[in-house]
Write a protein that binds this ligand. Structure first.
Ligand SMILES: C[S@@+](CC[C@H](N)C(=O)[O-])C[C@H]1O[C@@H](n2cnc3c(N)ncnc32)[C@H](O)[C@@H]1O
Length: 306
């Protein structure tokens, strides 16, 4: 018996993983996603990938990988990557960020929106949607008719399965335990008689869900007034983290806000370009030009999503 990615026990036979197959999986994952598997992650790989082999009639990970890395295996590779991402999240995770958003950021954004300006928020690496629906709750609390303005929220992730879940907007009743009093009504439909919570159309319709892999060119142009990019770079090496922070800074509006995870660091070169605004919350100051690094990144930026 092994444990599936969502923690549900299933009767799938664990398959032996050789050292070379583990190395190839680690290398492939790092190259495609930036995620570094930690030493000793063999058990995790076996528990998350074994279920894929039998339906394809493979008995070894070598055979499976050979297929996943061949042209006909493209969608298998996608499923393999989906299975190896870690999607832990919850509503109002790291609550202090949402207090800053509500009390210090939203008053400016409401004013801008009412002046006819364009407002864009990005939940980068949104996982199953709890983060972005928490953001939408604050937006609707502060600006109930946000849909009447040029106010949009982009939510992206590399994991195509988890994005579908996010977009569906269905959650267990127990998720309410994470929602502070006074916010659930902005996220969920009033009729909560069933076993499942359903996201309100007013929150859902503010958001566009899209696939985005930080390791590929980013189909976004910004500028974003607010970016949440939390708890994703913790799985990456320093060089990849730096690339992501520089890319995010590049699409951040002047005076825009960047929120990162509490155990993440933006590094010294960006610390001089972003002002600390609160714990792991940053603001791009007015008087700053594009660094050569940012200018280089800009070449990769297109405007598909905004
Ligand atoms: C731990 S979750 C964080 C969710 C949310 N931001 C939070 O803090 O609660 C990390 C997410 O990053 C996504 N991810 C991992 N590598 C990525 C990449 N290269 N590009 C985009 N998203 C990635 C995963 O699929 C996963 O959903």
């Amino acid at each position: 018996m092994i444990v599936s990615p969502r923690g549900v026990q299933s009767e799938i036979e664990a398959i032996d993983l050789s050292e070379s197959a583990f190395e190839l999986i680690s290398r492939t994952l790092k190259e495609k996603t930036g995620i570094c598997l930690y030493e000793g992650a063999e058990r995790l790989v076996v528990s998350r990938l074994s279920r894929f082999l039998k339906p394809l009639n493979f008995t070894t990970f070598e055979e499976y990988l050979q297929y996943a890395l061949s042209p006909p295996g493209v969608s298998e590779l996608e499923q393999m990557i989906n299975a190896l991402t870690t999607n832990t999240t919850r509503f109002f995770r790291e609550r202090g960020h949402f207090d800053i958003l509500e009390n210090q950021v939203m008053p400016r954004l409401v004013e801008k929106a009412k002046n006819g300006e364009r407002i864009r928020i990005w939940s980068a690496a949104c996982s199953s949607g709890e983060e972005v629906y928490s953001i939408a709750a604050i937006v609707l609390k502060c600006l109930p008719n946000a849909a009447d303005y040029d106010f949009r929220i982009l939510a992206t992730d590399i994991d195509s399965n988890i994005l579908e879940e996010a977009e569906a907007g269905l959650y267990r009743i127990s998720a309410l335990e994470d929602v502070p009093p006074g916010y659930a009504e902005f996220i969920f439909d009033k009729d909560q008689s069933g076993e499942v919570l359903k996201v309100r159309p007013e929150a859902r319709d503010l958001i566009s869900f899209r696939y985005l892999n930080f390791m590929d060119p980013w189909p976004v142009s910004g500028p974003f007034d607010v970016i949440f990019c939390r708890n994703v770079t913790i799985y990456m090496d320093e060089e990849t983290q730096m690339r992501i922070w520089v890319g995010l800074e590049n699409v951040l509006h002047t005076e825009g806000f960047l929120f990162i995870g509490h155990s993440e660091r933006i590094g010294p070169s960006l610390s001089s370009r972003l002002e600390l605004f609160g714990p792991t919350a940053f603001r791009r100051p007015t008087k700053i030009g594009l660094s050569s690094a940012s200018a280089m990144e800009k070449k990769n930026v297109t405007s598909q999503y905004t």
